[in-house]
Design a protein around this ligand. Structure first.
Ligand code: HAM
Length: 417
């Protein structure tokens, strides 16, 4: 039997690749001073109903539980994060920089880069209205990818500002509900034929030409973006970003700066997306708490594809994988009557924190050496009839030295140099 469509089994090799991504996500978020948090896998559907909006509501994995509650597996983190902040807002010093990297569920059509269960790194800054925070978040998104061995020739952050579209819409008297519908249309414009786009824009009283020339030349409609770009340039990250007003984001709660990250070759769906949602916490708290916020989500699926297809990133990953899978020592039991001494040695080395495995007593020594190589062990330790005299072999250099149980730990350090 196979797993359900859009769900994955993680055999050890797949798990190692997943850990590689998780490890780098967490490492970079921590380097930026973010603290890890988490929430429940299951929420009341109400949490998403008003807050997420857009296509996401049609993609909920929802059901009625045994207590007659309408619940959904989490399709995204942001409404949960807002709910958690509303519950304990006073307990945290602002601004808060929080991250998590759990599993999410969306009933999407299965396609390249999109599954029904996926991991998503979420990084959010709460309580900072400045464009400094906008740039800090973008720098983090960029550095997560740089840390994985991806460069500015592999991906680009397409940066935009919903404020620019608010100004444009105000000039064309598109307000309220119509504005949300207008934004949803701009979000899809790139994927439409010109004739289709023209006819969909008509009810809003704007032409495709007007929209296109605004995108090509927004003038001073988005002044905040200049400050963000300057900030990123000062960090040496200017090459990773380009302003692109076609990005408005599909989710309903965004208010200002928004962005999506794409591979330069345009072979993949979005790698990450996010932006400001300055009013979500206010809505969630029925007006009680006003806290500006911003964040992004980055999935593991497109990212895994891009790493696989980018030689520098793939090589870096493979080094990480072989390091993660390796052993410090593999004990070769060359004389079965010394099995007890071999086990004592295994235990002693494991107690000292080393990664250690051992061969089957009675198996040919050559076979045991093969097992040591297969397990990518740095050393092989041969325990034979000469015990307590042992042989320590450094497998890569083929160098060998004698040791005893007492001198073994220092012998392992010497031969590995
Ligand atoms: P989103 O654009 O819906 O934003 O998702 C962000 C990223 O999650 C996508 O760019 C993609 O990498 C990944 N992703 C989304 N759906 C799938 C899927 N079905 N399969 C695989 N990967 C997927 C959000 O979720 C916002 N809550 C992000 C955010 C955090 N905004 C503020 N803070």
């Amino acid at each position: 039997m196979n797993p359900l469509p859009g769900f994955r089994d993680f055999y050890p090799d797949d798990c190692a690749k997943r850990n590689h991504i998780l490890d780098h996500w967490k490492r970079t978020a921590t380097r930026y001073g973010f603290s890890e948090y988490d929430g429940p896998n299951l929420e009341s559907v109400d949490v998403y109903k008003k807050k997420s909006g857009g296509e996401l509501l049609g993609q909920l994995f929802d059901f009625i539980d045994k207590g007659d509650r309408h619940v959904a597996l989490r399709p995204e983190m942001t409404p949960t994060l807002a709910r958690m902040i509303v519950a304990r807002e006073r307990d945290f010093k602002k601004p808060m920089k929080w991250f998590c990297a759990p599993t999410f569920f969306r009933y999407e059509k299965q396609q390249r880069g999109r599954l029904r269960e996926f991991l998503q790194l979420n990084c959010d800054i709460i309580g900072d209205p400045s464009d400094f925070a906008d740039a800090e978040l973008l720098a983090l998104a960029i550095d997560v990818l740089r840390d994985l061995g991806l460069s500015s020739s592999d991906f680009v952050v397409r940066l935009s500002d919903r404020e620019a579209w608010t100004n444009f819409a105000a000039r064309h008297a598109i307000t309220g509900e119509r504005f949300s519908a207008f934004l949803a249309l701009i979000d899809k414009l790139e994927r439409m034929t010109p004739a289709d786009a023209e006819s969909k824009l008509q009810p809003f009283g704007v032409t495709l030409d007007a929209v296109r020339s605004f995108i090509a030349n927004p003038g001073d409609a988005a002044p905040r973006l200049d400050a963000i770009l300057k900030n990123l340039a000062a960090r040496g990250l200017g090459d990773f970003v380009s302003v692109d007003l076609t990005i408005v984001r599909g989710l309903a709660y965004y208010t200002g700066m928004v962005f999506e990250v794409f591979d330069r070759a345009k072979n993949e769906r979005a790698l990450a997306g996010g932006g400001r949602y300055d009013t979500l916490i206010e809505t969630m708290s029925d007006g009680r708490i006003r806290l500006p916020a911003l964040g992004f989500g980055m999935g593991d699926v497109v990212l895994g594809n891009l790493i696989q297809e980018t030689p520098a990133a793939r090589e870096k990953r493979d080094d990480w994988l072989s390091q993660a899978a390796s052993l410090d020592a593999f004990i070769i039991i060359a004389a079965p009557e010394r099995t007890a001494e071999a086990l004592a040695t295994v235990q002693k080395l494991r107690d000292s924190g080393l990664r250690v495995d051992y061969g089957a007593p009675g198996e040919k020594v050559g076979k045991q050496f093969q097992a040591a190589e297969h397990k990518r062990s740095v050393h092989a330790i041969v325990i034979g009839s000469e015990f307590p005299s042992l042989k320590v072999k450094h497998l890569a250099s083929r160098t060998e030295r004698e040791a005893t149980p007492d001198t073994l730990l220092s012998a392992l350090q010497c031969t590995s140099i």
